[in-house]
Ligand binder design. Structure first.
Ligand SMILES: Nc1ncnc2c1ncn2[C@@H]1O[C@H](COP(=O)(O)OP(=O)(O)O)[C@@H](O)[C@H]1O
Ligand SMILES: [Mg+2]
Length: 503
């Protein structure tokens, strides 16, 4: 039988980069194919070509054995292809139902009146085993449900081939599990799906085969039970990747941060803990259990009650004073808080410290030579690519943007680092690099508070793990407890605590 989709020699050049370089790829009916690669590898570009959003410079495509040259997404939809984009394309003020029929031409078999559409959508949801409120406006739906609407919309148009571009980036682990179940069932009915991700664990979980792309080229395709995290990471990055940073035991020194009964609305209900120099204390928990409030309270960004002592003295509740005292902060949203995207690396490298010596010189003007030297040190030491200090932050990939933030926060030689989701949305190569820098900083005596929703990150970095649930700390674990226990012991205990099940 002809393949669901076949690509040959697909090439696409943008002014600055060869995004797709002679890409060939096959998708079989009945399978989930994962497309993996680091940020900027060319995955989205390739899928936008398949969906008719971009014309390739060169190359051929076939759908179900027939030559396929889409001029727009309409041609893709006609060929039975649906796509769930990385950034949703729904019309926010419209309802779910309106979005389902939107864009269909009057002559199309699915252009029915809204009541017929409702019946069809309900039947479809029944079959899929998931529900979305059809009369709710898109803007009132949480992202997890918006994604279901996107899927529903594709299936409403009878997509037999479904493309999902980084669909789990916005989902909770439970929502991701549901998505995977749906994908497996969809493929089992004889359809085919392409699932883009750079999270290798979930790739192994959901797909039958994995095609790895690096720098616009296909590196190879492997079958899932046969491959491993290590092999995929190596293919993606082009070298061996240490998935777990080598790390000696912590040698904790003086108490750097002491928190007592800290409360911050709406979700932080009272936490007490200490962080010493030379140790990484991890805060684990499902997001939305007060972690954001905790980080913002500690860094002077949010009003709070309770005691925060830093090196034995109360910490002033003002972001600028907190920074001046030697507290660094890696914010959870690098694009909103970590960087000014339109500023150059040179400017971003001193963000938050620009009013201080040594950057502010005679008469208060910023000292250009010092800024340049500092930015140069940052891009060199933190392996920012390209090694440009003049380029605006916007022009760097996510992983490199995060290295700029991490570099800036560590180079100012802080005593305490509050690191929130330090590797979120970052590729494995950059994760490895950032983890290594954090462990080195710990070994030089830095006190690190690591807040992360990524359990494997907490497990590989933290010397002690505190679990937050509904605004409180509900348990403390150390990696030592896992000694002599079966594989997965800590994960299971953490998982239970995170779900609010008392230990
Ligand atoms: N519309 C565009 N114009 C110019 N360059 C682009 C455009 N879209 C993507 N690129 C560049 O092409 C490369 C591949 O990007 P993309 O396909 O989005 O990668 P991925 O989805 O794998 O992260 C990147 O270097 C990106 O900056
Ligand atoms: Mg992409």
């Amino acid at each position: 039988m002809a393949k669901a989709l076949a690509l040959q020699g697909i090439t696409k050049r943008f002014p600055l980069v060869l995004a797709n370089d002679r890409i060939g790829l096959d998708l079989e009916w009945g399978e989930v194919l994962a497309l993996v690669g680091e940020n900027g590898a060319g995955k989205s570009t390739l899928m936008r070509i398949v969906y008719g959003l971009l014309p390739p410079d060169r190359g051929e495509m076939w759908v179900a054995g027939r030559p396929y040259r889409p001029k727009s997404p309409l041609d893709a939809i006609r060929a039975g292809i649906g796509m769930v984009h990385q950034h949703f394309m729904l019309v926010e003020p419209f309802t779910v139902l309106e979005n389902l029929v939107l864009g269909l031409e009057p002559g199309s078999p699915f252009f029915l009146n809204l009541e017929q559409a409702r019946r069809r959508a309900s039947a479809l949801m029944e079959e899929l085993g998931f529900q979305v409120p059809l009369d709710e406006r898109i803007e009132n739906l949480p992202v997890g449900l918006q994604q279901r609407v996107e899927i529903l919309k594709a299936l409403y148009r009878e997509a037999k081939i479904l493309i999902l571009d980084e669909p789990t980036a916005v989902l909770t682990p439970q929502e991701a599990e549901e998505l995977f179940r749906f994908l497996r069932a969809y493929a089992a009915k004889g359809n085919a799906a392409i699932f883009i991700s750079h999270k290798l664990k979930e790739v192994l979980q959901v797909s039958d085969r994995v095609t790895v792309i690096r720098d616009g080229r296909v590196v190879g395709t492997v079958r899932t039970p046969a491959t491993s995290l290590e092999e995929l990471a190596r293919m993606m990055v082009g070298r061996e990747v240490v998935l777990r940073v080598p790390k000696g035991p912590a040698r904790p020194g003086e108490v750097v941060l002491e928190v007592e009964g800290l409360e911050a609305p709406p979700r932080l209900k009272g936490v007490s803990f200490r962080v010493r120099s030379g140790e990484i204390v991890g805060i684990a928990g499902v997001e939305g259990n007060g972690q954001t409030e905790l980080v913002e309270a500690l860094t002077g960004l949010r009003p709070h009650r309770g005691v925060v002592r830093y090196l034995g003295k109360p910490l002033p509740p003002l972001a600028r004073r907190v920074r001046e005292a030697g507290v660094s902060h890696i914010p959870e949203d690098r694009q909103a808080r970590g960087l000014v995207l339109d500023f150059s690396v040179r400017e971003n490298a001193v963000l938050g410290d620009q009013h201080r010596r040594p950057f502010r010189g005679f008469l208060g003007f910023l000292d250009g030579d010092r800024l340049e030297a500092h930015a140069r040190e940052l891009v060199e030491t933190f392996d920012v690519r390209p090694r440009s200090t003049g380029l605006s932050a916007r022009r760097f990939s996510g992983g490199n943007q995060q290295k700029i933030v991490v570099g800036r926060e560590l180079l100012r030689a802080p005593r305490l680092l509050v690191a929130a989701q330090p590797t979120r949305g970052v590729d494995v190569g950059a994760i490895e690099f950032i983890h290594q820098r954090l462990v080195e900083a710990r070994d030089r005596g830095l006190a690190v508070l690591l807040v992360s929703a990524d359990l494997s990150e907490v497990l590989s970095l933290a010397d002690r793990i505190l679990v937050m649930y509904e605004g409180r700390i509900v348990g403390e674990l150390t990696p030592e407890e896992a000694k002599g226990q079966p594989e997965g012991y800590l994960e299971e205990r953490l998982g239970l605590l995170m779900a609010g099940v008392p230990a």
